[in-house]
Design a protein around this ligand. Structure first.
Ligand SMILES: [Zn+2]
Length: 267
């Protein structure tokens, strides 16, 4: 395993960065060969891609891993899936994370909301509009996604970002998009030449007329990483409460991780 630098939380970010530079280790991002210079044990570029573009720099689940995780989850909850209890849990989670379309605001309107907590409701309404309400399949998929990250990816992530990585990716997966955009039609008017020449006291003049027209305009709201993290954290809390005794640190989650790791090794 690669060496890591974990720095005391009382240090300033400059002090932490300096400690990482001094340690002379490689950037921990997938496939990056540069030297790590940041508190996250990433190089500057990779850290920027993580913080600003939500790029999963430490890796994300592959389709094969997701399939294996789904099998583990389905087996683990086999009884509850068969007797319908899992459906009840799923609809509980689904209801808690769905908002009616009337709560949707325009991308430009999103700027009025200052914090992830304030943006929570409109973002959930957007999600409801795009993908409907979570059902059993959706819950299993999200749980499998989290399981792969915690079993396969978080163990190789250095401490400052380890805890957040799964939550941010979970929120991102749940929302399913990074930009909220909307095309609206705006009316504008402009003057257009008519080709008709009038001869007046000042000589010949071409007549113009006013034309009203519809112009499509695109509005954007870039979903913040803080929003993904906030939504991921809330969603995970609900899944922990409903599905996992002991939560993320608990025994049940650990068992699921172990089973996935064993299964991935054998295939
Ligand atoms: Zn890098």
């Amino acid at each position: 395993m690669m060496s890591q630098v974990s720095t005391p939380s009382s240090w300033s970010s400059a002090e932490r960065n300096a400690a990482v530079v001094e340690a002379n280790i490689r950037c921990h991002a997938d496939g990056c060969e540069r030297q790590a210079t940041r508190w996250s044990n990433l190089c500057g570029l990779c850290e920027k891609q993580w913080l600003e573009d939500h790029k999963p720099v430490f890796g994300k689940p592959t389709p094969e891993q997701l399939k294996a995780a789904q099998a583990v989850i389905r087996e683990h909850y086999g009884q509850q899936i068969a007797n319908g209890v899992f459906d009840d849990w799923s609809s509980q989670i689904g209801r808690a994370f769905s908002r009616p379309l009337s709560k949707l605001v325009s991308p430009v309107g999103m700027r009025r909301y200052r914090t992830p907590k304030e943006r929570f409701t409109p973002l959930l309404a957007m999600r409801t509009r795009d993908r409907g309400v979570l059902t059993r399949k959706g819950v299993i998929n999200l749980l499998s996604y989290s399981l792969v990250i915690d079993a396969m990816i978080t163990p190789i992530i250095p401490q400052p970002v380890r805890r957040d990585y799964m939550l941010a990716l979970l929120g991102q997966r749940f929302l399913g998009r990074e930009v909220y955009s909307k095309t609206t039609l705006r009316y504008t008017s402009r003057r257009e030449k008519t080709g008709v020449i009038r001869y007046g006291p000042d000589g010949p003049q071409e007549l113009t007329r006013r034309v009203e027209e519809e112009v499509p305009a695109k509005e954007y709201y870039r979903i913040r990483r803080a929003d993904m993290r906030y939504i991921g954290r809330q969603l995970w809390k609900a899944m922990e409460k409903t599905l996992l005794a002991g939560g993320r640190q608990g025994n049940e989650w650990k068992q699921l991780q172990d089973r996935l790791i064993v299964q991935s090794r054998s295939t």
